[in-house]
Write a protein of this length. Structure first.
Lengths: 349, 341
């Protein structure tokens, strides 16, 4: 059984306007996302701003209520859990946020920030909690003397460590990391990435790693899912996804990332996508990517293709939602002229 | 030889605050030739933006002040010319694109009007001509329906399009030098690729020299001809792009390169971050600002700033570690193991 199982998760935000606040539209932030995370694994969720990756993370934690879909954590239905069940679940599912400046209460001392969840869940005596906070601070590379300081006394990297200590306090099984290193400088970012990797080994953690930076996601993840406009368009083992991307969006995204190596850079060919990401309030009909897709044809404007495996080298674990995916057999890449059969959506039930 | 556009020597810019003197830029020197791209890399607070603003004379005074150095633009010393002359230089000779296209455009003025304003300020053109040119420039930087777009407001533009509009404004008076301060940091990668493309195209077309300020070593590898690595207000290393990536001499440059996860490498390697935290610019050590985080620090590092040492063609470094020792250390670093192949 997977640790986390997400099926057809949807989160639609209403757009309300006018004095009567009537609903005049819908933002399809997350629109039918399914994936699972095995214990001890890191799933990377990548995509550009507005693709719904953070909303997906927050809906899973029920920090916002999803519109529909099913989320199972160790077999427990998260979406329908009662308050008491939810409180229990929250011990196992924690979160680290992007902005270490906004996610720590500036009026609280570090000891209270890190120890708050212990207190809420009534764990240990006051003295035990104090010891635990010191222990947590040491774990993330800070020291006990930092416990009485306030967030403003720390640099960005150190604040992110405080956020990590807070997430670790209850010994969670799953941590959803929402852009945990995006706000940090290169050298500090590497420190935090290494810390997250060490903690995973030490405490047998499972991560869902949400980020827009493909090189970071590839580095830390075992498996990667690429999101575009509320949908997963491709997912695979991270190495395979990089070597053999099947979806044209993944190809473009990978080719757009500059590589810190001038020789490689000069030799590369870049796929430059036209235009901008459409608004999730008015997603294109058919495949969400078709207006920017270099491979788009008539069929792509009809219906969103299904996320499914194309077989070939990558096997079942590599899924793509495209009528004209690149396919790899024996390392040879080919793009068929006829639409891929498996991509046709199931007839509406 | 290409025409030398800009020569900056020993530039120092300090901010005099109540808490103390912030030495944001401390004795920085570099040059820029026509058609050349200089990448200035460094982390937040390394002084790269302040260096650029000092050239433009846009440092808010007080509290900031360019306290030392010369800025020579094709024979003119930008530090000694009058404010009026400097206004002519800005836009005409040197133009700047900023990081955040959301805040660098005026939200209550039409995009076309803002570009036309720059044109009318520097060129002898009527309002109508200026607007026409604005539309032409928007088209040139790749904005579809430029004739219509020119009459829209910034909020109607996406982030990438706003940055294109900024570029259109910057190139409107055909400047010799284009300073791009983190031009793609606020943008998504696919949009970043578009913008880098536009900047390059404009550079080719107008034969400008470009100063690209960024913290992204990938972007620098892609666009720069030469690179200046800054740390704590100092230039720690300076050289042609290949030299910096494959033959770096400064421990900070090694640290930066070792900190980067690589998309193109199959094997997952552990990152080698730089230990410690960035320095406090008010309480900078007397010697090398990197001394506090350097794994190979020696006593002299903390006391005195090392002189420039030339280690290759147009490749210089400031470091107390003797060259032989430096190269020996470098060979032990994962990033440089197979660099020679």
């Amino acid at each position: 059984m997977s640790l986390l199982e997400v099926r057809d998760l949807k989160k639609h935000f209403p757009i309300k306007s006018g004095v009567l606040k009537r609903q005049t539209g819908t933002v399809y932030a997350v629109d039918g996302v399914s994936f699972s995370i095995e214990k001890g694994e890191t799933l990377g969720l990548v995509g550009e701003s507005g693709c719904g990756k953070s909303t997906a993370g927050r809906s899973i934690l029920r920090l916002i209520e999803a519109t529909s879909g099913r989320v199972e954590f160790e077999g427990i239905d998260v979406m329908h859990a009662s308050r008491i069940e939810m409180q229990k679940l929250r011990r196992d599912m924690q979160v680290i946020f992007q902005d270490p400046y906004a996610s720590l209460n500036p009026r609280m001392r570090v000891r209270d920030i890190v120890g708050e969840s212990l207190k809420i869940h009534g764990i240990g005596t006051k003295q035990e909690r104090k010891t635990r906070v010191y222990e947590l601070l040491e774990t993330v590379g800070l020291s006990a003397e930092h416990a009485d300081r306030y967030p403003h006394e720390f640099s960005g990297g150190q604040r992110q460590r405080i956020g990590i200590a807070r997430a670790l306090a209850l010994n969670p099984k799953l941590i959803i990391c929402d852009e945990p290193v995006s706000a940090l400088d290169v050298s500090i970012r590497a420190q935090v990435i290494n810390l997250l990797e060490d903690l995973q080994d030490e405490f047998d953690l499972t991560y869902m790693f949400i980020a827009h930076d493909l090189s970071v996601v590839k580095h830390i993840s075992d498996r990667v899912a690429v999101m575009y406009l509320g949908k997963i368009v491709e997912s695979s083992d991270s190495r395979i996804l990089y070597d053999q991307p099947q979806h044209p969006y993944t190809e473009a995204l990978l080719s757009a990332v500059p590589i810190p190596d001038p020789h490689t850079e000069r030799a590369r060919k870049r796929i430059i996508l036209e235009g901008d990401v459409p608004s999730p309030a008015n997603p294109p009909k058919g495949c969400v990517f078709h207006p920017r897709c270099p491979r788009a044809r008539e069929i792509c404007t009809q219906a969103m293709p299904r996320l499914t495996s194309t077989g070939g080298d990558a096997g079942d674990r590599h899924e793509v939602a495209c009528y004209f995916p690149a396919r790899f057999t024996g390392g040879e890449r080919s793009v068929s002229d006829t639409p891929f059969e498996g991509a046709h959506p199931e007839p509406a039930a | 030889m290409a025409e030398r556009l800009l020569e900056v020597n020993d530039l120092s810019t300090h901010f005099f605050t109540y808490a103390g003197v912030v030495k944001a830029v401390n004795g920085v020197s570099f040059t820029l030739d026509r058609k050349e791209t200089l990448g200035i890399v460094g982390e937040s607070g390394s002084g790269k933006t302040v260096a650029a603003l000092s050239i433009m004379r846009l440092i808010p005074d007080p509290p900031g002040k360019v306290v030392d150095g010369t800025i020579d633009l094709r024979g003119r010393d930008l530090r000694s010319i009058s404010d009026d002359e400097m206004r002519e230089v800005r836009g005409n000779d040197i133009a700047m694109i900023f990081q955040d296209p959301m805040t660098s455009l005026n939200p209550v003025l039409k995009v076309g009007g803002q570009i036309a304003e720059a044109i009318m300020l520097h060129q002898d053109k009527s309002k109508g001509e200026a607007w026409e040119l604005a539309a032409k420039l928007l088209d040139r930087v790749g904005i579809p329906d430029a004739d219509k777009r020119v009459n829209q407001y910034p909020f109607e533009f996406s982030g990438g399009m706003r940055q294109r509009a900024m570029i259109a404004m910057a190139i409107s008076c055909n400047p010799d030098i284009l300073i791009a301060d983190e031009p793609t940091t606020a943008l998504d990668v696919t949009i970043q690729a578009q913008i880098i493309d536009v900047i390059r195209e404009m550079q080719d077309r107008y034969e400008s020299g470009v100063i690209a300020i960024t913290h992204d070593l990938g972007v620098v590898a892609e666009i720069a001809d030469k690179v200046m690595v800054m740390y704590g207000g100092r230039t720690v290393e300076y050289g042609p792009v290949d030299e910096i990536y494959y033959n770096a001499h400064h421990p900070y440059a090694w640290g930066l390169l070792g900190s980067l996860p690589r998309l193109d490498l199959a094997e997952k390697t552990r990152l080698t971050p730089i230990q410690g935290q960035p320095p406090d610019l008010i309480a900078l050590p007397a010697g090398c600002p990197f001394a506090g985080r350097c794994a190979y620090v020696r006593p002299e590092c903390r006391d005195r700033w090392p002189e420039l040492e030339i280690v290759g063609r147009e490749h210089g470094v400031h470091c107390w570690i003797p060259e032989e020792e430096r190269l020996a250390i470098r060979e032990t670093l994962p990033r440089f193991e197979k660099a020679e192949s």
